[in-house]
Ligand binder design. Sequence first.
Ligand SMILES: Nc1ncnc2c1ncn2[C@@H]1O[C@H](COP(=O)(O)OP(=O)(O)OP(=O)(O)O)[C@@H](O)[C@H]1O
Length: 361
Amino acid sequence: MTPSSAAATDPEGPYLQVEDLRVTFPTQDGPVTAVSGLTYSVEKGKTLGIVGESGSGKSVSSMAVMGLHDAKSAKIEGSIRVGGTEVVGLGESRMRALRGNSMAMIFQDALAALHPFYKIGKQLEEAYLVHHSSASKRDARRKAIEMLDRVGIPQPDRRVDDFPHQFSGGMRQRAMIAMGLINDPSLLIADEPTTALDVTVQAQILDLLQDLQREFNSAVIIITHDLGVIAEMADDVLVMYAGRCVEFGTTKQILTSPEMPYTWGLLSSIPDVHASTDARLIPIPGNPPSLLRPPSGCSFHPRCVHSDKVAGDLCSTERPELLPASSGTAHLKRCHLADPVGVYQTEVLPEIAPELVQETR
Ligand SMILES: Nc1ncnc2c1ncn2[C@@H]1O[C@H](COP(=O)(O)OP(=O)(O)OP(=O)(O)O)[C@@H](O)[C@H]1O
């Protein structure tokens, strides 16, 4: 499951293969390229975590996979193959058939995603009937109750007639998962599926997703800001910044030996419950670049302070390729420097957080 190894025509290969994906929105001020040159693949039974700051392109890229961008307002280029079928340029009716049958998406806000005026069961039944046109209403109701039961809703035969507002937040999220899985999708995309929930319910939902993934052997993409969720769920991690993949590796590689200062910054910005109360989180200095007028060189420049110090003009004039990192196979990084994190720690950290450098000495 590497960003560089997608074999575009192999039906036996990874279930999802995204190659050189580019998503551009025409706006009044000019084209906004929200995703650029994104390549990755996900096999059945595996989970890819996609992380990055707000606005880095996580949702836009995943919505492209689901075919949810309106062709009039978004230009999609590159290749997205789902189970061997190319979906870029696929007509809406074929896309609709693929959604539901082969892939499903779970959103962060179940209350917004469920229709408030329809009973939960009715919404599940409709999701089922769209893709099982020969099934009877009775079959659909039986399936809706079965799915509510599978996701742990107590007394599903009674709760099936509740409206969304009669469910708690955690139960609504479970109902969304039931709806996402009702047609046994081979690809499931979960966009911040637990952000709106309290910690205990979060853990239950993540466990549930893992159990169901094992049962259905689905390929799963989990989009999150929360690296704790990544640690628990993901086999591999793709770090996005300004619409591009800037680091890719196994979860262990990314969490224990990140090679990009940005990833290191994301990790360092997780609050640690065991840290002393005066411990400081390390901020990622500066702001992401404009997507309207992207820099000609590295997207981090000049936000990445070490570039001027160490690599001079290179960072401002040439965009780095995604290259093998030093820590082993399938670990890739996008930086001109051989040891970006080492340089960051010795050259940059003393300036932005000297007390942390002293602490670690
Ligand atoms: N329809 C649109 N027109 C113009 N720009 C858009 C449109 N939709 C998204 N964008 C821009 O694309 C960029 C990526 O957005 P996206 O929603 O993918 O970010 P994200 O990484 O998922 O962020 P978050 O974690 O906050 O959801 C943002 O800068 C956003 O403003």
